[in-house]
Design a protein around this ligand. Structure first.
Ligand SMILES: CSCC[C@H](NC=O)C(=O)O
Ligand SMILES: [Zn+2]
Ligand SMILES: [Zn+2]
Length: 373
Protein backbone atom coordinates (compact mmCIF):
# COMPACT_ATOMS: atom_id res chain seq x y z
CA UNK A 1 0.00 0.00 0.00
CA UNK A 2 1.20 3.47 -0.81
CA UNK A 3 1.23 5.86 2.12
CA UNK A 4 3.50 8.43 3.71
CA UNK A 5 7.16 8.61 2.66
CA UNK A 6 7.44 6.09 -0.15
CA UNK A 7 11.16 5.92 -0.94
CA UNK A 8 10.83 6.15 -4.71
CA UNK A 9 8.51 9.12 -4.64
CA UNK A 10 9.38 12.17 -6.69
CA UNK A 11 10.70 14.85 -4.28
CA UNK A 12 8.20 17.38 -5.68
CA UNK A 13 5.38 15.06 -4.71
CA UNK A 14 6.84 14.65 -1.21
CA UNK A 15 6.96 18.42 -0.79
CA UNK A 16 3.42 18.73 -2.09
CA UNK A 17 2.19 16.17 0.42
CA UNK A 18 4.05 17.87 3.28
CA UNK A 19 2.29 21.12 2.40
CA UNK A 20 -1.08 19.37 2.28
CA UNK A 21 -0.54 18.12 5.85
CA UNK A 22 -0.40 21.64 7.24
CA UNK A 23 -3.83 22.38 8.69
CA UNK A 24 -4.71 25.73 7.21
CA UNK A 25 -8.36 24.82 7.43
CA UNK A 26 -10.90 27.44 8.56
CA UNK A 27 -12.27 28.63 11.25
CA UNK A 28 -8.49 29.61 11.99
CA UNK A 29 11.89 37.58 -4.49
CA UNK A 30 13.51 36.59 -6.73
CA UNK A 31 14.75 39.37 -8.96
CA UNK A 32 14.58 39.76 -12.71
CA UNK A 33 17.25 41.31 -14.73
CA UNK A 34 15.26 44.43 -15.51
CA UNK A 35 13.63 45.82 -12.36
CA UNK A 36 12.17 48.73 -14.33
CA UNK A 37 9.67 46.31 -15.87
CA UNK A 38 6.52 45.38 -14.01
CA UNK A 39 6.63 41.98 -12.35
CA UNK A 40 4.85 38.67 -12.74
CA UNK A 41 2.80 37.77 -9.67
CA UNK A 42 2.05 34.14 -8.86
CA UNK A 43 -0.74 34.14 -6.34
CA UNK A 44 -2.17 31.31 -4.31
CA UNK A 45 -4.21 31.11 -1.14
CA UNK A 46 -3.14 28.90 1.75
CA UNK A 47 -6.52 28.45 3.44
CA UNK A 48 -8.88 25.62 2.67
CA UNK A 49 -12.56 24.98 3.31
CA UNK A 50 -13.77 22.72 6.14
CA UNK A 51 -14.25 18.97 5.73
CA UNK A 52 -16.90 16.43 6.66
CA UNK A 53 -14.39 13.85 7.75
CA UNK A 54 -16.91 11.02 7.95
CA UNK A 55 -17.46 11.28 4.19
CA UNK A 56 -13.78 10.92 3.32
CA UNK A 57 -12.09 7.67 2.34
CA UNK A 58 -8.86 8.90 3.98
CA UNK A 59 -7.88 11.49 6.58
CA UNK A 60 -8.21 14.79 4.66
CA UNK A 61 -5.04 16.17 6.27
CA UNK A 62 -2.80 13.15 5.86
CA UNK A 63 -2.28 13.57 2.09
CA UNK A 64 -2.69 9.83 1.68
CA UNK A 65 -1.53 8.56 -1.70
CA UNK A 66 -3.26 5.45 -2.97
CA UNK A 67 -1.69 2.67 -5.01
CA UNK A 68 -2.72 4.37 -8.26
CA UNK A 69 -1.07 7.67 -7.30
CA UNK A 70 -4.12 9.73 -6.25
CA UNK A 71 -3.34 12.08 -3.38
CA UNK A 72 -6.32 12.68 -1.11
CA UNK A 73 -6.42 15.88 0.91
CA UNK A 74 -8.38 19.04 1.42
CA UNK A 75 -6.51 21.54 -0.75
CA UNK A 76 -5.20 18.93 -3.21
CA UNK A 77 -7.00 20.88 -5.98
CA UNK A 78 -7.90 24.13 -4.20
CA UNK A 79 -5.18 25.20 -4.25
CA UNK A 80 -2.16 23.81 -2.43
CA UNK A 81 -1.18 21.99 -5.62
CA UNK A 82 -0.66 25.30 -7.42
CA UNK A 83 1.39 26.83 -4.57
CA UNK A 84 3.89 23.97 -4.69
CA UNK A 85 3.85 23.86 -8.50
CA UNK A 86 4.87 27.54 -8.58
CA UNK A 87 7.67 26.89 -6.09
CA UNK A 88 8.88 23.78 -7.87
CA UNK A 89 8.87 25.46 -11.28
CA UNK A 90 10.82 28.44 -9.90
CA UNK A 91 13.22 26.08 -8.13
CA UNK A 92 13.86 24.22 -11.39
CA UNK A 93 14.38 27.41 -13.36
CA UNK A 94 16.79 28.74 -10.72
CA UNK A 95 18.69 25.46 -10.63
CA UNK A 96 19.11 25.70 -14.39
CA UNK A 97 20.51 29.21 -13.91
CA UNK A 98 17.78 31.08 -15.80
CA UNK A 99 17.25 34.80 -15.47
CA UNK A 100 14.37 36.72 -16.97
CA UNK A 101 13.78 40.39 -17.62
CA UNK A 102 10.79 40.53 -15.28
CA UNK A 103 10.83 39.78 -11.57
CA UNK A 104 8.67 36.88 -10.41
CA UNK A 105 6.88 37.34 -7.10
CA UNK A 106 4.90 34.69 -5.28
CA UNK A 107 2.21 35.55 -2.77
CA UNK A 108 0.67 33.02 -0.41
CA UNK A 109 -2.37 34.69 1.01
CA UNK A 110 -4.91 33.83 3.72
CA UNK A 111 -8.70 33.97 3.88
CA UNK A 112 -9.62 33.59 0.21
CA UNK A 113 -12.31 31.09 1.10
CA UNK A 114 -14.02 33.57 3.42
CA UNK A 115 -13.89 36.52 1.04
CA UNK A 116 -10.29 37.77 1.32
CA UNK A 117 -11.34 40.74 3.44
CA UNK A 118 -8.31 40.35 5.72
CA UNK A 119 -6.30 38.89 2.85
CA UNK A 120 -6.03 40.00 -0.77
CA UNK A 121 -8.65 42.73 -0.51
CA UNK A 122 -6.55 44.44 2.15
CA UNK A 123 -3.19 43.53 0.63
CA UNK A 124 -3.86 45.25 -2.73
CA UNK A 125 -4.37 48.52 -0.84
CA UNK A 126 -1.01 48.28 0.97
CA UNK A 127 2.27 49.95 0.00
CA UNK A 128 3.90 46.50 0.15
CA UNK A 129 1.66 45.43 -2.73
CA UNK A 130 2.43 48.58 -4.74
CA UNK A 131 6.12 47.84 -4.20
CA UNK A 132 5.72 44.53 -6.06
CA UNK A 133 4.78 46.50 -9.20
CA UNK A 134 2.76 43.59 -10.51
CA UNK A 135 2.04 43.83 -14.23
CA UNK A 136 0.29 40.51 -14.60
CA UNK A 137 -0.88 37.74 -12.28
CA UNK A 138 -1.65 34.06 -12.33
CA UNK A 139 -4.15 32.78 -9.79
CA UNK A 140 -6.41 29.78 -9.31
CA UNK A 141 -8.70 28.13 -11.82
CA UNK A 142 -10.62 24.86 -11.79
CA UNK A 143 -9.93 21.30 -12.87
CA UNK A 144 -11.37 20.23 -16.21
CA UNK A 145 -12.61 16.64 -16.57
CA UNK A 146 -11.98 16.63 -20.33
CA UNK A 147 -8.70 16.75 -22.26
CA UNK A 148 -8.81 20.56 -22.23
CA UNK A 149 -7.50 23.02 -19.64
CA UNK A 150 -9.75 25.87 -18.55
CA UNK A 151 -8.36 29.37 -18.15
CA UNK A 152 -10.43 32.07 -16.47
CA UNK A 153 -10.24 35.68 -17.66
CA UNK A 154 -12.98 37.21 -15.53
CA UNK A 155 -15.41 36.25 -12.82
CA UNK A 156 -18.97 36.86 -11.81
CA UNK A 157 -19.75 39.53 -9.23
CA UNK A 158 -20.77 38.18 -5.87
CA UNK A 159 -23.75 39.82 -4.13
CA UNK A 160 -25.13 38.61 -0.85
CA UNK A 161 -28.50 40.22 -0.32
CA UNK A 162 -30.78 40.05 2.70
CA UNK A 163 -34.41 41.00 2.10
CA UNK A 164 -36.30 42.00 5.20
CA UNK A 165 -40.05 42.16 5.25
CA UNK A 166 -42.05 43.79 8.02
CA UNK A 167 -45.80 43.53 8.49
CA UNK A 168 -48.63 43.23 10.93
CA UNK A 169 -48.18 40.71 13.77
CA UNK A 170 -50.91 38.98 15.70
CA UNK A 171 -52.67 35.74 16.59
CA UNK A 172 -52.03 32.98 14.05
CA UNK A 173 -55.68 31.86 14.08
CA UNK A 174 -56.79 35.02 12.20
CA UNK A 175 -56.61 36.31 8.64
CA UNK A 176 -54.17 39.07 9.43
CA UNK A 177 -53.72 41.54 6.58
CA UNK A 178 -50.35 42.72 5.32
CA UNK A 179 -48.13 40.12 6.97
CA UNK A 180 -44.33 40.04 6.69
CA UNK A 181 -44.53 36.47 5.35
CA UNK A 182 -46.83 37.15 2.39
CA UNK A 183 -44.78 40.12 1.24
CA UNK A 184 -41.55 38.18 1.64
CA UNK A 185 -43.11 35.38 -0.37
CA UNK A 186 -43.78 37.82 -3.24
CA UNK A 187 -40.16 38.98 -3.41
CA UNK A 188 -38.87 35.43 -3.13
CA UNK A 189 -41.16 34.47 -6.04
CA UNK A 190 -39.90 37.36 -8.19
CA UNK A 191 -36.28 36.41 -7.53
CA UNK A 192 -36.86 32.71 -8.09
CA UNK A 193 -38.68 33.48 -11.37
CA UNK A 194 -35.59 35.40 -12.48
CA UNK A 195 -33.50 32.41 -11.39
CA UNK A 196 -35.59 30.11 -13.55
CA UNK A 197 -35.11 32.38 -16.59
CA UNK A 198 -31.35 32.27 -16.15
CA UNK A 199 -31.44 28.51 -15.60
CA UNK A 200 -33.34 28.08 -18.87
CA UNK A 201 -30.89 30.37 -20.64
CA UNK A 202 -28.04 28.12 -19.52
CA UNK A 203 -29.86 24.87 -20.28
CA UNK A 204 -31.21 25.79 -23.69
CA UNK A 205 -27.78 26.44 -25.16
CA UNK A 206 -25.20 23.66 -24.86
CA UNK A 207 -22.43 26.19 -25.60
CA UNK A 208 -23.50 28.48 -22.77
CA UNK A 209 -21.21 28.30 -19.75
CA UNK A 210 -22.19 28.77 -16.12
CA UNK A 211 -19.93 31.82 -15.78
CA UNK A 212 -21.83 33.63 -18.54
CA UNK A 213 -25.24 33.57 -16.86
CA UNK A 214 -26.41 34.86 -13.47
CA UNK A 215 -27.17 32.41 -10.70
CA UNK A 216 -29.10 33.08 -7.52
CA UNK A 217 -29.92 30.82 -4.63
CA UNK A 218 -32.09 31.33 -1.60
CA UNK A 219 -29.70 30.30 1.16
CA UNK A 220 -31.33 31.44 4.43
CA UNK A 221 -34.84 32.08 5.76
CA UNK A 222 -35.14 33.71 9.15
CA UNK A 223 -37.97 34.89 11.35
CA UNK A 224 -40.76 33.82 13.62
CA UNK A 225 -40.79 32.72 17.21
CA UNK A 226 -43.85 30.51 17.76
CA UNK A 227 -46.35 28.50 15.71
CA UNK A 228 -49.27 30.64 16.78
CA UNK A 229 -47.69 34.09 16.57
CA UNK A 230 -47.60 35.90 13.21
CA UNK A 231 -44.18 37.57 13.19
CA UNK A 232 -43.66 41.25 12.45
CA UNK A 233 -40.38 40.58 10.63
CA UNK A 234 -39.04 37.87 8.34
CA UNK A 235 -36.01 37.78 6.10
CA UNK A 236 -34.62 35.85 3.15
CA UNK A 237 -30.95 35.77 2.16
CA UNK A 238 -29.76 35.25 -1.39
CA UNK A 239 -26.39 34.44 -2.94
CA UNK A 240 -26.24 36.10 -6.36
CA UNK A 241 -23.41 35.59 -8.87
CA UNK A 242 -23.83 38.19 -11.58
CA UNK A 243 -22.43 37.69 -15.05
CA UNK A 244 -19.81 40.28 -16.10
CA UNK A 245 -22.06 41.69 -18.85
CA UNK A 246 -24.89 42.50 -16.41
CA UNK A 247 -25.73 46.14 -15.81
CA UNK A 248 -25.21 46.04 -12.05
CA UNK A 249 -26.80 49.42 -11.37
CA UNK A 250 -29.90 48.42 -13.32
CA UNK A 251 -30.08 45.09 -11.49
CA UNK A 252 -29.95 46.86 -8.14
CA UNK A 253 -32.93 48.93 -9.32
CA UNK A 254 -34.67 45.70 -10.30
CA UNK A 255 -34.22 44.40 -6.75
CA UNK A 256 -35.61 47.67 -5.48
CA UNK A 257 -38.69 47.40 -7.66
CA UNK A 258 -39.32 43.74 -6.71
CA UNK A 259 -39.28 44.84 -3.06
CA UNK A 260 -41.57 47.79 -3.76
CA UNK A 261 -44.00 45.64 -5.71
CA UNK A 262 -44.27 43.27 -2.73
CA UNK A 263 -45.69 46.03 -0.55
CA UNK A 264 -44.76 48.47 2.19
CA UNK A 265 -41.99 47.68 4.62
CA UNK A 266 -39.89 45.43 2.37
CA UNK A 267 -36.25 46.47 2.23
CA UNK A 268 -32.96 44.92 1.19
CA UNK A 269 -29.38 45.25 2.34
CA UNK A 270 -26.08 44.05 0.94
CA UNK A 271 -23.90 41.83 3.07
CA UNK A 272 -21.50 41.58 0.15
CA UNK A 273 -21.59 43.63 -3.04
CA UNK A 274 -18.88 43.49 -5.70
CA UNK A 275 -19.42 46.27 -8.21
CA UNK A 276 -16.23 46.38 -10.28
CA UNK A 277 -16.02 43.29 -12.47
CA UNK A 278 -13.04 43.39 -14.83
CA UNK A 279 -12.15 41.32 -17.83
CA UNK A 280 -8.55 40.32 -18.58
CA UNK A 281 -7.80 40.42 -22.30
CA UNK A 282 -7.70 37.14 -24.17
CA UNK A 283 -7.10 38.87 -27.47
CA UNK A 284 -4.09 37.66 -29.43
CA UNK A 285 -2.87 41.25 -29.59
CA UNK A 286 -2.46 41.26 -25.80
CA UNK A 287 1.20 40.44 -25.02
CA UNK A 288 0.43 38.56 -21.77
CA UNK A 289 -2.27 36.45 -23.36
CA UNK A 290 -0.09 35.92 -26.44
CA UNK A 291 2.73 34.59 -24.23
CA UNK A 292 0.40 32.41 -22.16
CA UNK A 293 -1.48 30.92 -25.10
CA UNK A 294 1.66 30.39 -27.20
CA UNK A 295 3.23 28.23 -24.48
CA UNK A 296 0.03 26.19 -24.20
CA UNK A 297 -0.08 25.77 -27.97
CA UNK A 298 3.57 24.69 -28.04
CA UNK A 299 2.84 22.15 -25.32
CA UNK A 300 -0.25 20.90 -27.22
CA UNK A 301 -2.57 21.96 -24.44
CA UNK A 302 -6.11 22.85 -25.50
CA UNK A 303 -7.33 25.93 -23.69
CA UNK A 304 -10.95 26.78 -22.94
CA UNK A 305 -11.25 30.41 -21.83
CA UNK A 306 -14.17 30.96 -19.46
CA UNK A 307 -15.59 33.25 -16.82
CA UNK A 308 -15.00 31.93 -13.30
CA UNK A 309 -18.40 31.02 -11.84
CA UNK A 310 -17.50 31.79 -8.20
CA UNK A 311 -15.30 34.40 -6.54
CA UNK A 312 -11.49 34.31 -6.24
CA UNK A 313 -8.81 36.78 -5.15
CA UNK A 314 -8.33 37.66 -8.84
CA UNK A 315 -11.23 40.10 -8.51
CA UNK A 316 -9.17 42.27 -6.17
CA UNK A 317 -6.09 42.09 -8.44
CA UNK A 318 -8.08 42.98 -11.56
CA UNK A 319 -9.87 45.77 -9.71
CA UNK A 320 -6.55 47.53 -8.98
CA UNK A 321 -5.55 47.16 -12.63
CA UNK A 322 -3.50 43.96 -12.57
CA UNK A 323 -4.66 41.65 -15.38
CA UNK A 324 -5.02 38.12 -14.02
CA UNK A 325 -5.68 34.68 -15.44
CA UNK A 326 -7.13 31.92 -13.28
CA UNK A 327 -5.37 28.71 -14.15
CA UNK A 328 -4.96 25.49 -12.20
CA UNK A 329 -3.28 23.07 -14.61
CA UNK A 330 -5.50 20.03 -14.18
CA UNK A 331 -7.17 18.33 -17.14
CA UNK A 332 -8.79 14.88 -17.15
CA UNK A 333 -9.55 15.58 -13.50
CA UNK A 334 -13.01 15.77 -11.94
CA UNK A 335 -13.73 19.00 -10.09
CA UNK A 336 -13.50 18.05 -6.46
CA UNK A 337 -12.78 21.39 -4.87
CA UNK A 338 -14.77 21.87 -1.66
CA UNK A 339 -16.02 18.27 -2.08
CA UNK A 340 -15.45 15.07 -0.13
CA UNK A 341 -12.40 13.06 -1.25
CA UNK A 342 -10.74 16.04 -2.95
CA UNK A 343 -7.77 14.47 -4.72
CA UNK A 344 -5.21 14.92 -7.45
CA UNK A 345 -3.14 12.36 -9.29
CA UNK A 346 0.59 12.80 -8.67
CA UNK A 347 1.29 12.67 -12.43
CA UNK A 348 -1.14 15.52 -13.00
CA UNK A 349 0.58 17.47 -10.24
CA UNK A 350 3.99 16.87 -11.85
CA UNK A 351 2.65 17.75 -15.29
CA UNK A 352 1.51 21.05 -13.79
CA UNK A 353 5.08 21.74 -12.65
CA UNK A 354 6.23 21.14 -16.26
CA UNK A 355 3.58 23.54 -17.53
CA UNK A 356 4.63 26.32 -15.15
CA UNK A 357 8.28 25.66 -16.01
CA UNK A 358 7.39 26.65 -19.58
CA UNK A 359 4.88 29.37 -18.76
CA UNK A 360 6.96 31.37 -16.29
CA UNK A 361 9.92 32.07 -18.63
CA UNK A 362 7.51 33.24 -21.35
CA UNK A 363 5.52 35.50 -19.05
CA UNK A 364 8.61 36.85 -17.28
CA UNK A 365 10.11 37.70 -20.68
CA UNK A 366 7.19 39.67 -22.11
CA UNK A 367 8.91 42.70 -23.64
CA UNK A 368 8.52 46.19 -22.19
CA UNK A 369 4.98 47.52 -22.46
CA UNK A 370 3.68 51.10 -22.45
CA UNK A 371 2.22 50.37 -18.99
CA UNK A 372 5.71 49.52 -17.66
CA UNK A 373 6.91 53.12 -17.88
C1 LIG B 1 -17.14 35.69 0.83
S1 LIG B 1 -16.61 35.60 -0.78
C2 LIG B 1 -16.68 33.89 -1.05
C3 LIG B 1 -15.58 33.41 -1.85
C4 LIG B 1 -15.82 31.99 -2.28
N1 LIG B 1 -14.66 31.57 -3.03
C5 LIG B 1 -14.46 30.29 -3.34
O1 LIG B 1 -15.26 29.41 -3.19
C6 LIG B 1 -17.10 31.91 -3.11
O2 LIG B 1 -18.15 31.63 -2.51
O3 LIG B 1 -17.10 32.12 -4.32
ZN1 LIG C 1 -9.47 28.43 -4.16
ZN1 LIG D 1 -12.16 27.26 -2.67
Amino acid sequence: MASKGREDEHPSVTLFRQYLRIRTVHPEPDYGTNPRLSSLLLNSHTDVVPVFKEHWSHDPFEAFKDAEGYIYARGAQDMKCVSIQYLEAVRRLKAEGHHFPRTIHMTFVPDEEIGGFQGMKLFVQRPEFQALRAGFALDEGLANPTDAFTVYYSERSIWWVRITSTGKPGHASLFIEDTAAEKLHKVVSSILAFREKERQRLQSNPHQKLGAVTTVNLTKLEGGTAFNVVPATMSASFDFRLAPDMDLKAFEEQLQSWCQAAGEGVTFEFVQKFMEPRVTSIDDSDPWWAAFSRVCKDMNLTLEPEIFPAATDSRYLRKVGVPALGFSPMNRTPRLLHDHDERLHEDMFLHGVDIYTQLLPALASVPALPSDS
